[in-house]
Design a protein around this ligand. Structure first.
Ligand code: MTE
Ligand code: MO
Length: 321
């Protein structure tokens, strides 16, 4: 039988997180402490020297788990940050990272207003005051590829609570930065109705699974991932998870998203992941998990059916795609 090294069959992130796991368990420092108690200098132990050489500081594990709750392995940081949809830069998923590299995302402001009692402009420092949680979510693009991503962020409901939506507010409208000089995709794709706009019904926006993300794998978001703050709605197709948000408005009318404006017969407002409702040009029954061979079945509401199906009770999900 062929012998395969574990580093060859283990996705890189699992391999790395095992090493970080040992570090986080304090295995290196514990043995150094025992030596110190015996009167030996811990700095001179081989473990201490190796630790000092590789990393100045012991780091926290970049994610709490190597899989999501279904047992699907996380995608690597490299996959997540080098295969992106961000049309303001380019429609070529493998070139977004390069073109977005160095894009200035600080200082930054997110204006939250519309039908609220307490309109407020949030700076990055204001956003950092929300308690950051880790959320490991599947991201299913409408193009039928997917990833598993360990986001850092906080529920959108917490930000909405600060601005106090009025009773008339029925929807939340989100807008990405509009920067035709700084992002080459605007001029390359002039037929889209820029800026990128998305929307949620208010109960969807208030749902605990809906987060504003500011990081992933324990690091601040990179520009290609939607730095400094983007939406993540895991039971909807990825295009709802709008990046680099500058404006959030509470409104009465259903917002028209960039994708609804571009092709209303292909991209609806709800965009709930649904393996039984095909895109007019391709099946949505299965997907390609980036980093894996073959295809896997697409799950209703991307596997979050137990949490979100009640939001759509009695609705025709074929008509409201
Ligand atoms: N502003 C903006 N947000 C966007 C997009 C975009 O082109 N512009 N693409 C969307 C699509 S189609 C997907 S699948 C996800 C991809 O997120 P990722 O690149 O972090 O995986 O971002 C969404 N958010
Ligand atoms: Mo997408």
């Amino acid at each position: 039988m062929n012998k395969i090294k574990s580093s060859e069959i283990t996705p890189e992130h699992l391999y790395l997180s095992r090493r970080d796991f040992l570090k986080s368990m304090g295995i290196v420092s514990a043995s150094a402490a025992i030596l110190a108690a015996c009167g030996m200098a811990p700095e001179s132990t081989p473990e201490a020297l190796a630790a000092a050489a590789s990393d100045a500081q012991p780091t926290l594990p970049p994610s709490s788990s190597a899989t999501d709750e279904l047992g699907d392995p996380l995608n690597s940081f490299e996959d997540i940050t080098n295969y992106n949809n961000y049309y303001e830069f380019t429609t070529d998923k493998e070139r977004v990272a390069d073109l977005a590299n160095g894009y200035p995302t600080s200082p930054w402001e997110v204006q939250v207003g519309g039908l609220v009692n307490n309109p407020k402009t949030f700076s990055i420092d204001d956003l950092r005051k929300f308690e950051i949680e880790e959320r490991i979510y599947r991201l299913r693009c409408v193009e039928a590829w997917s990833m598993v991503i360990p986001w850092m962020g906080f529920p959108l409901s917490k930000l909405l609570a600060e601005v106090q939506p009025k009773a008339e507010a029925k929807y939340v409208r989100f807008e990405t930065i509009y920067d035709p000089e700084g992002m080459p995709g605007f001029k390359a794709n002039p037929w889209y109705q820029w800026p990128y706009v998305e929307g949620l019904r208010i109960d969807e926006a208030m749902h605990d699974l809906t987060i504003l993300s500011t990081g992933l794998y324990g690091k601040d978001l990179l520009p290609q991932s939607g730095a400094p703050v983007r939406l993540v709605v895991p039971w909807k197709y990825g295009f709802k998870s709008i990046k680099s948000i500058v404006k959030i408005d509470l409104v009465t009318e259903m917002p028209t998203s960039l994708w609804m404006a571009a092709a209303p017969n292909e991209y609806g407002f709800y965009a709930n992941v649904n393996p039984t409702v095909d895109h007019p040009r391709w099946s949505q029954a299965s997907e390609r998990r980036i980093g894996e061979f073959g295809r896997s079945e697409t799950l209703m509401f991307n596997g979050y059916e137990a949490e979100v199906a009640h939001l759509y009770a009695g609705m025709d999900l074929t008509a409201n795609f």
